[in-house]
Design a protein around this ligand. Structure first.
Ligand SMILES: [Zn+2]
Ligand SMILES: [Zn+2]
Length: 160
């Protein structure tokens, strides 16, 4: 999904609105394909006195499992897509700038990269998920069991 930036970079227009739905269902993350619904991208690319920036938000949910209790969950995320865009990297040796080659920006690829950078390494159904009993496998959020007292989940988090 390339966006032509020639008119914007040249100053002929000041803004390009962004309103897209991207299908990332074929994209793998952590061994699964969690993007089962479209990623919504809204925002704009604009030229403010020669400074070209993209400012957008990607909104989506993912189908994943809780890393402690293995419940299926569908957390929602909003990821900011904010960068300066330049046609050549002469003086800007800054990671926040993106080099736009041939006046074209692959906004779909940029969105996917920013999402991957922003996602947490772990998903939890809730902050204080108690997880599963290591002895009997009971979901300790739903029931207690008669096994010996489990390790405090805050300590268990250090070991899983
Ligand atoms: Zn959980
Ligand atoms: Zn148990």
């Amino acid at each position: 999904m390339f966006i032509q930036l020639e008119a914007l970079l040249g100053g002929a227009i000041e803004r390009i609105p962004l309103d897209y739905e991207f299908d990332f269902s074929a994209e793998e993350f952590g061994g699964v394909f969690p993007f089962t619904t479209p990623v919504i991208l809204k925002g704009e690319i604009r030229n403010t006195a020669g400074i070209v920036t993209i400012e957008a938000k990607a909104q989506f949910s993912m189908e994943v499992t809780c890393d402690r209790c293995a419940e299926d969950i569908r957390p929602e995320f909003t990821v900011d897509i904010e960068h300066g865009l330049v046609a050549s990297l002469n003086h800007e040796d800054n990671d926040d700038y993106i080099l736009v080659e041939d006046m074209k920006l692959d906004v779909e690829q940029l969105t996917l990269e920013d999402i991957y950078l922003a996602l947490p390494g772990k998903f939890l159904c809730k902050e204080d998920c108690k997880g599963l009993c290591s002895e009997c496998g009971a979901n300790l959020n739903e029931s207690s069991c008669d096994c010996k007292k489990p390790i405090d989940p805050r300590w268990a988090a250090l070991f899983d």
